[in-house]
Write a protein that binds this ligand. Sequence first.
Ligand SMILES: [Fe+2]
Ligand SMILES: [Fe+2]
Length: 222
Amino acid sequence: MDLTLSNIKQDPQVELFIIETDRKLNAMSYTDHGKRHAHVTSDRAMMIARKAGFDEKEIEYSGIAGYCHDMGNFLDRNQHHYWASLLFHQVFNSQTDDYEGLTSIIQAIANHDKDEARLTNNISAALILADKSDVHRDRVKEKDKSKILSSIHDRVNYSVTRNDLDVNDTTKVVTLMIQLDDKLTPVMDFFDVFLSRMNYCRKAAEYLGFKFKLVINDFELL
Ligand SMILES: [Fe+2]
Ligand SMILES: [Fe+2]
């Protein structure tokens, strides 16, 4: 089997792992880590990979890593990056002889949530940028407005009404543009919750030879 995004999406175990992850994290009151986040991360990782000049296989691997990166959460939120990485290997090791692809993908998945991550592969960098930049109202699962407002995590995500990631391969700048409803959340709260994520993004962009800019409500903040 070739390691392509469409083959991976058709795998019944991957499908189930993502559904169960969604169920578990909903029960734990987390934001969306299910299908929506898998698709957004996968699409973004491929877009970044294309703009950063990856070869065709690396573009495909980036999409796959994006799609599968959080599927280990149903086992445990702690170390979910390792769980997902090992699950990916277990499911596809016997189905493919593309060991290079397999190795790059599991490394990227394992690296996506490590504070001390030292990036050594392109796919990891594309995945981190795609994953950590996914901050949006649509990720909030809670429907009760008063509960949303009382949890800083939900509130900040809920306040983000637009999120665009631009990768400019001429100026070599990755810009995350966020529209934040500051009647719901002061910009400082965004940093409280997402500073470490923005650092991940900066690190990943730099690995790919880009600068990282963060623009909130038309103000350039990073
Ligand atoms: Fe994750
Ligand atoms: Fe994620």
